[in-house]
Structures are given as structure tokens and as C-alpha cells.
Design a protein around this ligand. Structure first.
Ligand code: HEC
Ligand code: HEC
Length: 195
């Protein structure tokens, strides 16, 4: 790749980044705002989180249907450029998802109790954690099941301290133990209703 030769020249590096990112837009939508249920919105994602996530996909440490194959095509340097590029795009929330008002109300209560500490501003903040508000609901559903079952292992993403990860796992366990599967559905409807 021509990456090495453009290092240090900002405009050329930016062009390179946007060319690399074009490959992603077919599934993740223009500027990373998703238009299909399985692929999440990635525009505006925290750069450190996204970089670690791409490495985790590439090394097979985070389960995926598609992303491992894709991430394998990129070097660490390219993944850094890509992550920085998407972090600069706006987080475009997906609008008009089908939500149930009762589940949304219950999801808001659960969110206030168990999720707000980290996913601030009703899930709209992407400063330290992935933004959840307006994220594709089928994607959230899939990820929550992987996180709760441990198939997606929070210990594997180095972008966060282990204390934070342990606290997170307790909260997800509590969600399932106290609220059951409906509680999981409720938080998904709550985040899906935000646009
Ligand atoms: C063929 C469709 C497709 C393409 C192309 C694609 N993705 Fe994905 N992406 C997905 C799907 C589907 C998921 C959900 C995980 C899975 O099942 O693979 C995902 C998940 C992700 C996630 C996880 C988001 C989160 O919030 O944790 C990131 C980051 C990501 N993709 C980045 C990229 C980047 C960067 C590119 C381009 C280099 C790219 N993707 C290209 C389909 C695609
Ligand atoms: C102590 C901090 C913390 C708390 C509390 C927390 N989370 Fe998270 N959450 C995280 C971190 C960190 C990640 C990124 C995981 C990774 O690195 O793979 C994450 C990721 C997620 C994801 C995956 C996002 C994506 O784009 O793939 C979902 C969904 C999620 N959290 C939902 C919840 C819900 C629902 C609650 C409340 C029941 C909650 N979280 C409480 C820290 C937290």
C-alpha cells in the first residue's frame, strides 16, 4: 500500500483514509450511518474503541459473521487511519425503527439503573463507550446476547480498564437475573426509540 509514502502529509493521508473507508460504506452506509439491520452505524464511534474492535475481529477474538474476513485485509496502520476517519464523522442515528411504547418506558428505567454510568446521555454519547441511541435494533439484540453469554468477551477489548469491564458484566448479569429476556428487549426498544 502507498500508506508509508503519504505519512506526514495530512491531505494525502486523509484521502487515503476516505478511500479505505469507502469499502465499508456498502454495508455501514454513507459516512458510517447504517441503512441495513445487521450492520451497525459506525460513524462517530470512539477511535480507540473502533481500533481495538477491528483488531479483535481480525484476530477472531470478537465473534462476527462478516467482520473477521474484512478486518483481515488491513494492517494496524490502515485500521488506525480508518478508525480516526470514522471517529470524525457524525453519529447518524437510525430513525423510524419500530418500537413498543411500554417496552421503551421500561427500558428507560432499566437504563437509568444499570447503564447510565457508562453509556451517558441516554446512550447518545460516544466519547468513552460505543453510542447505543439510534443504533440498529437487530444489531443491538445480537450483541447483547453475545455479551451476556460471554461469547463476546469484554476482557478482550483493551480500550477500557478491567475494573470498568467487571462492573459492566455485573450490570448485564443483573439485567438478565432481575428483568429476564423482556428486560433485554426493553433496553433495545429504549435505545431504538432515540432518534
Ligand atoms: C459486507 C458487509 C460489511 C462490510 C463491507 C463492512 N462491515 Fe463492519 N460490520 C458488518 C456486520 C454484519 C457487523 C456486525 C458484526 C458481524 O456480524 O460481522 C459489523 C460490525 C462492525 C463494527 C462493530 C461496531 C461496534 O459498534 O462495535 C465495526 C467497528 C465495523 N463493522 C467496521 C467496519 C469497517 C471499518 C469496515 C471497512 C473496512 C467494515 N466494517 C466493512 C458488516 C460489514
Ligand atoms: C461500567 C461501564 C458500562 C456499563 C454500566 C454498561 N456498559 Fe455497555 N458497554 C461498555 C463497554 C466498555 C462496551 C464496549 C465493549 C467492548 O469493548 O467490546 C459496551 C458495549 C455495549 C454494547 C455493544 C455496543 C456495540 O456497538 O457493539 C451494548 C449493546 C451495551 N454495551 C449495552 C449495555 C446495556 C444495555 C447496559 C445496561 C444494562 C450497559 N451496556 C451497561 C460499558 C458499560
Amino acid at each position: 500500500m502507498a500508506l508509508v509514502s503519504v505519512a506526514g502529509k495530512a491531505p494525502a493521508a486523509e484521502l487515503e483514509a476516505s478511500m479505505l473507508a469507502n469499502t465499508c460504506n456498502g454495508c455501514h452506509g454513507p459516512n458510517g450511518t447504517s441503512y441495513g439491520p445487521a450492520a451497525p452505524t459506525i460513524g462517530g464511534t470512539n477511535a480507540a474503541y473502533m481500533f481495538e474492535t477491528m483488531i479483535a475481529f481480525r484476530e477472531g477474538e470478537r465473534p462476527s459473521t462478516i467482520m473477521q474476513r474484512i478486518a483481515k485485509g488491513y494492517s494496524d496502520e490502515e485500521l488506525k487511519l480508518i478508525a480516526d476517519y470514522f471517529a470524525k464523522q457524525p453519529f447518524g442515528r437510525v430513525v423510524d425503527q419500530d418500537t413498543d411504547p411500554d417496552l421503551v418506558a421500561r427500558g428507560k428505567q432499566i437504563y437509568d439503573n444499570l447503564c447510565e454510568d457508562c453509556h451517558e446521555d441516554e446512550g447518545m454519547s460516544a466519547i468513552d463507550y460505543p453510542a447505543l441511541a439510534g443504533q440498529m435494533m437487530p444489531y443491538l439484540d445480537h450483541q447483547l446476547h453475545d455479551l451476556i453469554s460471554g461469547r463476546r468477551d469484554l476482557e478482550k477489548n483493551e480500550a477500557l480498564s478491567s475494573k470498568e469491564r467487571r462492573k459492566k458484566m455485573r450490570n448485564l448479569k443483573e439485567l438478565v437475573e432481575t428483568e429476564g429476556g423482556d428486560g433485554v428487549a426493553a433496553v433495545i426498544h429504549f435505545f431504538g426509540s432515540k432518534n
